[in-house]
Design a protein around this ligand. Structure first.
Ligand code: ADP
Length: 394
């Protein structure tokens, strides 16, 4: 069996797959270990039943042991060695361009890139350390969120800053959500029966973290997130791109350090900051329908930024096979999809209202026949991508 792990500093999300490379993938169970280092709560969904246990998770190693002991109690595995591989999501692997077995060099690369992903890479490393000890015979594979974007050319990944900042300190656009973009490109190629190598797409991954990718010939040509996942579009709690001078100005006004103000840009800005109500688009849609002006303003601004970037990315492509919406907001909110497309004035892109309001399965065409560019909704599945990438090493 193959275990897929998305680990943070105090939680481990996991999904267990059976190992059947040539057959249809099968999810055996999924779950979440939370409150690691505080006390410990473990939830597992197995055979459509959800069970929660209160545990003692002093550290990630204890949590991993706790997770695997529950697999044994549930009768899913008899011995730990039945977990033949573990695939980890890692936000920034620096210059690593594809999924890779975690040997010493790769481990060091994840460690060395902590300064580029301080909120994310440490969580992956503690989980890797734990699995090294608890599942010593399993193959451990790193799946990097920035790797998909290694094809972005220099003119798109460089910032207009002194060139030494890039040469000496690697200040550049990395881009993230790469596992989602890889999944969407492969799924679209499979379902549309178009050749992946010729695909030109604009993909909108709109979740609590939102970003977009401009895909040319099946590869990333540009993306909205930048040096860190704070850049680009406005998000649930993150500001996205702003005038950099605001940072210094607000450190003075609030008598705070740069780190403290950056924390506010990460956690108190975006939809939450502007609406003053919530980071969750569902709450804002309801508030906006009830006439809350700040909520409407936040939603409109979010939609406008996505619309602006769709136009910007279309402008980089010779032709566009599809605009694709995915992730929490992209998959679930017909209102936001309509709001975004309505804000694109220069191109004749139109949604079919009935198709847009229908329940989204895995792959839905939602544009009208007269639309200049077809628009689709595809459900993303980053865990499935990690599973498929990890299988290749068995
Ligand atoms: P992440 O993986 O970045 O945490 P998700 O892709 O799960 O985010 O998206 C979560 C967001 O999706 C929620 O914060 C919520 O705003 C949005 N969302 C989910 N369902 C709906 C819906 N029906 N309408 C509008 N927004 C939704």
């Amino acid at each position: 069996m193959v275990l897929v792990i998305n680990s943070g500093s105090s939680s481990i999300k996991f999904k267990l797959y059976s190992k059947q490379p040539s057959q249809h993938e099968q999810v055996i169970l999924e779950g979440l270990a939370e409150r690691i280092t505080l006390d410990g709560v473990l939830t597992i969904k197995y055979k459509s039943e959800k069970t929660t246990w209160h545990m003692d998770f002093q550290n990630h190693e204890k949590a991993v042991k706790g997770i695997l002991s529950k697999f044994q109690e549930l009768g899913v595995i008899k011995t730990i060695d039945e977990i033949v591989a573990v695939g980890f999501r890692v936000v920034n692997g620096g210059l690593i361009t594809e999924p890779t077995v975690i040997n010493e060099v790769v481990y060091k690369a994840i460690f060395d890139n902590i300064e580029f992903a301080p909120l994310h890479n440490p969580g992956a490393l503690v989980a890797i350390d734990a699995f090294k000890k608890v599942t010593p015979n399993a193959v451990l594979v790193g799946n990097f969120d920035n790797a998909f974007h290694h094809t972005i050319p220099k003119d798109n990944f460089l910032y207009p800053l002194p060139i030494e900042w890039y040469q000496k300190y690697n200040v550049r656009k990395f881009g993230f959500h790469g596992l989602s973009y890889q999944y969407i490109v492969e799924k679209f190629a499979e379902l549309s029966k178009l050749n992946k190598e010729n695909l030109n797409l604009v993909v909108c991954h709109l979740g609590s973290g939102s970003s977009m990718a401009c895909i040319k010939n099946g590869e990333s040509l540009d993306t909205t997130m930048g040096f860190t996942p704070l850049g680009g579009l406005m998000m649930g709690t993150r500001s996205g791109d702003i005038d950099p001078s605001i940072l210094e100005f607000m450190t003075k006004k609030l008598s705070m350090t740069i780190s403290e103000v950056t924390e506010l840009l990460n956690k108190k800005s975006g939809l939450l900051g502007l609406s003053g109500i919530s980071a969750d688009m569902r709450d804002l849609t309801i508030a906006s329908a009830k006439g809350d002006e700040q909520a409407s303003l936040a939603v409109n601004k979010y939609e406008q930024l996505v619309a602006d970037h769709i136009v910007k990315f279309i402008n980089k492509l010779p032709y566009v096979d599809a605009i694709i919406f995915t992730a929490g907001i992209g998959e679930n909110s017909s209102e936001n999809r309509q709001g975004i497309i309505d804000k694109i004035k220069i191109l004749n892109i139109n949604l079919d209202q009935t198709a847009n309001n229908e329940k989204i399965e895995n792959f839905n065409l939602i544009s009208a026949e007269n639309s200049a560019i077809p628009v689709y909704v595809i459900k993303t599945d980053e865990e499935s991508m990690i599973y498929q990438n990890t299988l290749k090493f068995l």
